[in-house]
Design a protein around this ligand. Structure first.
Ligand SMILES: CC(C)(COP(=O)(O)OP(=O)(O)OC[C@H]1O[C@@H](n2cnc3c(N)ncnc32)[C@H](O)[C@@H]1OP(=O)(O)O)[C@@H](O)C(=O)NCCC(=O)NCCS
Length: 174
């Protein structure tokens, strides 16, 4: 695999992002009950929790030789000033199981640690219907369950979202 570079998703990346989402219909089905829809990439770029300023959400792409291999969205200061929340990390189906997810997560950790200096903790939720795919991966990245859980609902799909956190490694020399 070529070197992986992380940068913000630009308007010109939307088609590649939509293709990535559609490459793994199983993920969308597990968390929505439906296959991917035609505007999922646009929704991923636009949706954010109520009250969170637009500039506090970033959608980053991991690119290998200019191909979008993974996407991650991160909310700065959610749900509190010292926490950043990872909404989604998805690797293109063709590249899953090759180390891309781990590499992308490592780059995200460095991005957050060096760009958002007030952030001390990374937080995310794993939905029970996707637990078999996601839990082992996040634990491998150093996340631990907080013990908090929330009812999760998407239209007819009802499940439970379990919260995980990881303290952000402190940047040295600053
Ligand atoms: C979850 C996901 C991001 C993992 O990405 P990936 O590129 O396939 O994972 P990697 O190959 O980088 O694996 C990194 C490490 O996690 C481990 N791992 C991955 N999935 C695992 C699982 N389900 N259980 C246990 N360990 C797992 C790998 O063995 C690897 O371990 P290593 O560091 O010892 O080699 C990817 O499967 C995906 O995009 N799934 C669909 C979207 C999704 O569910 N995202 C998470 C919810 S936000």
């Amino acid at each position: 695999m070529d070197e992986v570079v992380l940068r913000a998703i630009a308007p010109g990346d939307v088609d590649a992002l939509q293709e990535l989402v559609e490459s793994d219909p199983g993920y969308t089905e597990r968390i929505t009950g439906y296959p991917p829809g035609a505007s999922d990439a646009q929704s991923l770029l636009m949706m954010r929790p109520e009250g969170l300023p637009e500039e506090s959400k970033v959608v980053l792409g991991a690119f290998a030789a200019d191909r979008l291999v993974a996407v991650v969205d991160v909310l700065r200061g959610f749900p509190n000033d010292h926490t950043a929340f990872i909404g989604l990390l998805e690797v293109h189906a063709k590249y899953q199981g090759l180390g891309c997810g781990g590499t992308t997560y490592g780059l995200v950790e460095r991005y957050v640690g060096s760009t958002w200096r007030e952030i001390r903790t990374l937080r995310l939720a794993v939905v029970d219907t996707n637990a078999q795919v996601a839990t082992g991966f996040w634990e491998r990245q150093g996340f631990e369950p907080t013990g908090e859980e929330r009812p999760y609902r998407y239209d007819k799909l009802e499940s439970v979202a379990r919260l995980y956190e990881k303290p952000l490694p402190q940047e040295s020399g600053s």
